[in-house]
Every structure is written in structure tokens, then in C-alpha cells.
Design a protein around this ligand. Structure first.
Ligand SMILES: Nc1ncnc2c1ncn2[C@@H]1O[C@H](COP(=O)(O)OP(=O)(O)O)[C@@H](O)[C@H]1O
Ligand SMILES: [Mg+2]
Length: 419
């Protein structure tokens, strides 16, 4: 069923055609002149317009033009007594659907109308489909936007959580180090004093049981001493107090020397001539990254050499840790098995920096850390802020020229306090 506008100035034609169309199930809206027809175009949801061309007053083509401009979805069929070239040309530009030539053949009229109505219905379907597609597309885009925003927020939250966990962890390490130092360390010292006292008291004792006891005590003394040293080492790895006392570069020098002394790995260190005074958190983050990188070299690289280089360029601090070990494929490392690398990256995010790991099996590994220094750094003369420092026991051959690489030798192997 279609809604049809029927324009003809002859009442008899309107009556006959109207009846024919209504009988076929269509809804018919009649108009006797162009003004009335245009009003109908604006008012009714038409599907088809059946327009007589030559009217007593006006011309059906004017209505066709109005429809072309304002309701291009309505199919227009022209009725004419004698079709001529001029009207045919105009009808092409007005995208007329078809012609009916008087006198009308009822069957032809109905057939043309139903073709026009079907064409209109197809258009409508297409439009609905396009609208539906646009709606789906918009909905999809909206959902992607929402999801992206959620993911971004989740990433921000995760970075914040990681940063918070690092702070908590450092606090716990600090507390543990303090407890170890104060409780364990002091009690070990007391034990040492007591052992010395016993040793002294037993010195005049005669051979026999007393001498045996003394031997035991003398044997216990180095054990207690070892325990004390181990406690100190654990304290140092838990909390690099040197970072506060001596500054980043001295702490790095000590760490590298310690690594070489304990593992036998050949370490070459190159640091800037002037000291760096960073915020404690930034210095600690960089120091922890170095510890993790060195721990990885010791644990995984099977390297014989490692080079650690710190340079300041263009308002940026760059730290490189490069080994000559077996290398690996970073991209192939599942995150669940690369938490150390992840923690390095998270630490770097904390100071708005980056960690870049270049490695290939058989080609060693290079860890590059960048830290922007804008409003972050105060430089001072190397070692200026280290008054009265006794210094940790360093390996033999220690040489830490401010600008050149240091090279130390030694052996032993244990973690460096990395992640
Ligand atoms: N310097 C390195 N040389 C060779 N392999 C390395 C090196 N650093 C890291 N890797 C590889 O990357 C993996 C992930 O390192 P990491 O996240 O620190 O975890 P973990 O040290 O706990 O295994 C290591 O298991 C190792 O296979
Ligand atoms: Mg690791």
C-alpha cells in the first residue's frame, strides 16, 4: 500500500483514477491545482506523486520541481496527453520516475504505481540500513572511546600502584635494615665482647677442660665476626645508606666494585666528572635499576665483562649497562617472567624517564636508562658532599677516577640487592 498524491484539474479523472487506486489498496490524496499539491507534499508522508502536466492554471512540472528539491524520496509519475520533447527533457533533470499517457490503461497505471512504490520502499530500506550502520558505527566508536579511556585510567592506576608499592617496599627495607643493624648488629657486638671476656678469663686456666673451652671460644670468634659482616652486607643491600651519605655516583662506584669483588665479573665504570645531586627518590630509583641490571648480568648473561657508563647530555642523564654475555630476546620474554625488567621500567616512569633494552642471543645485552634532568639536578664537585666517610671495604685494586672508568678485581658471587 502506498500513499499517493493525485494532481489533476479535471475532477472526472481524479474520480476515476482515485477509485482505481483506492480499490488496489492505496491511500489517495487529491489536489486540483499546484498550490494545493505543494501543500500536500509538505503535509503528507507521500510515496508516489501522480501529476498532470498541463493544468488550467499552472504546470505539474512545478510540483515535480518542488518534490525534487524538498522530498527527493517521493517517486514522481507524470500524466500527459501529448508528451513533447521539452517536457521530456525537463523530466530527466527532475528525475521523473515514469510517464503515463492519456487515455490511461488501468492495468498499466497500477503496474507503474506499484513499481514506483517498490522503488521508494527499497530506498527507505537502504536509508534505514545506512542509518542502522551509522548507529552501530557510532556505538562502536563510543564503546572504543570509553574502553580506551578505561584502559588509560587503568594504566595510570597501575603505574601509581607500582610506584606506591616501590615506596612501601623501600620503607620496609629501610625498617628491616634498621632493625637488623640495631637489634642484630648490637647483639652480635655484645656477643663478641662477651667472647673476648671469656677468652681473657680463661687464659690463665690450666690445660684440660679450660683449654678446650678456650679453643672453642677462639673458634667461635671469627664466626661471630662473619655474622656481623654478613649483617652489615645485608643492611647495605637492603638500604643503600651510602646514597644519602655520599651521593649517587659514589654509591654506584661502590656497587660496581662490590659486584666485581663478589662475582669476578670485569666491570668498567665511567661516570661524569662532576657529582650529581638528585632528589633522593630519583637517585634511589636509578640506583635500584643499576642493581637490577647488574644482578641480571650476574644471573643470566654468562658475561665476562660489563660496562657501566653515566653521561649527562642535553639536559638528560643517560646510564648504560652493557654486557658481553649470551644475550636474549626481550620481546619474547613474557611479562610474568620479566618482573625485574618491568620494575626497571616502572622505576623509570616514576622519574619520567625510560628504560630501553637492546639484546639479541649471542650479542650481549645493553640496558639504556634515560632520566630527564630539567629542574631535577644540582651538580657539585665530585665527592664534595662526603665528609668523614670511612667507606665500605672495597676490593683490591680499586680505582675510581672521577671521569675515567674504574676497574676492580675480585671473586665471589651473590645477588647485588637488585629486584
Ligand atoms: N643481561 C642479560 N643477559 C641475558 N639474559 C637476560 C639479561 N637480563 C635479562 N635477561 C633475561 O630476561 C629475563 C627477565 O629478566 P628479569 O625480568 O630481571 O627476571 P629474573 O631476573 O627474575 O629472571 C631473564 O630471566 C633472562 O632470561
Ligand atoms: Mg632480574
Amino acid at each position: 500500500m502506498a500513499v499517493i498524491l493525485l494532481l489533476d484539474d479535471e475532477k472526472s479523472i481524479r474520480t476515476i483514477l482515485g477509485a482505481l487506486l483506492k480499490d488496489a489498496g492505496h491511500e489517495v490524496i487529491e489536489a486540483a491545482d499546484t498550490d494545493e499539491a505543494i501543500r500536500c507534499v509538505e503535509r503528507y508522508p507521500l510515496d508516489v506523486a501522480l501529476l498532470d502536466i498541463l493544468l488550467g492554471t499552472g504546470n505539474g512540472l512545478d510540483v515535480a520541481r518542488h518534490i525534487h528539491d524538498w522530498r527527493p524520496d517521493v517517486r514522481v509519475i507524470l500524466m500527459t496527453g501529448e508528451p513533447n520533447f521539452a517536457s521530456a527533457r525537463q523530466s530527466i533533470s527532475l528525475r521523473i520516475f515514469d510517464y503515463l499517457v492519456k487515455p490511461f490503461e488501468p492495468q498499466a497505471v497500477l503496474e507503474t504505481i506499484s513499481r514506483a512504490a517498490a522503488a521508494k520502499a527499497r530506498d527507505m530500506e537502504r536509508i534505514l540500513l545506512i542509518k542502522e550502520r551509522e548507529r552501530t558505527q557510532e556505538d562502536l566508536e563510543r564503546r572504543v572511546r570509553v574502553r580506551t579511556a578505561e584502559l588509560n585510567q587503568a594504566a595510570v592506576n597501575l603505574h601509581a600502584l607500582a610506584a606506591h608499592l616501590q615506596v612501601v617496599r623501600e620503607e620496609e627495607r629501610k625498617a628491616l635494615a634498621r632493625e637488623l643493624h640495631d637489634e642484630f648488629g648490637q647483639k652480635l657486638t655484645a656477643l663478641q665482647i662477651d667472647l673476648s671476656w671469656l677468652d681473657r678469663k680463661l687464659q690463665p686456666v690450666q690445660p684440660g677442660l679450660g683449654a678446650e673451652m678456650r679453643d672453642k671460644i677462639v673458634a667461635m670468634m671469627p664466626l661471630v665476626e662473619q655474622l656481623t659482616e654478613m649483617t652489615q652486607a645485608i643492611c647495605a643491600s637492603l638500604r643503600p645508606g651510602m646514597l644519602d651519605d655520599l651521593g649517587l655516583l659514589a654509591a654506584i662506584e661502590w656497587q660496581v666494585e662490590d659486584c666485581e669483588r663478589r662475582t669476578g665479573l670485569k666491570c668498567a665504570l665511567s661516570i661524569p666528572a662532576e657529582d650529581l645531586v638528585l632528589e633522593r627518590d630519583d637517585a634511589l630509583a636509578l640506583f635500584r635499576i643499576l642493581q637490577e641490571a647488574l644482578t641480571n648480568v650476574v644471573r643470566h648473561a654468562q658475561a665476562t665483562q660489563v660496562m657501566i657508563k653515566l653521561v649527562i647530555t642535553d639536559g638528560e642523564l643517560e646510564m648504560d649497562v652493557q654486557d658481553n654475555g649470551r644475550g636474549f630476546t626481550p620481546e619474547a620474554c613474557p611479562v610474568s617472567e620479566a618482573l625485574g625488567l618491568l620494575s626497571m621500567r616502572e622505576r623509570a616512569i616514576g622519574f619520567q624517564g625510560t628504560v630501553n633494552i637492546q639484546s639479541k642471543p649471542g650479542h650481549g645485552t645493553a640496558v639504556q636508562v634515560r632520566m630527564p634532568l630539567v629542574q631535577r639536578v644540582v651538580t657539585s664537585v665530585h665527592g664534595e658532599n662526603s665528609p668523614g666517610f670511612e667507606g665500605p671495604t672495597t676490593a683490591s685494586g680499586t680505582s675510581s677516577s672521577p671521569s675515567g672508568p674504574v676497574s676492580i678485581t675480585g671473586s665471589d658471587s651473590s645477588p647485588l640487592g637488585g629486584e
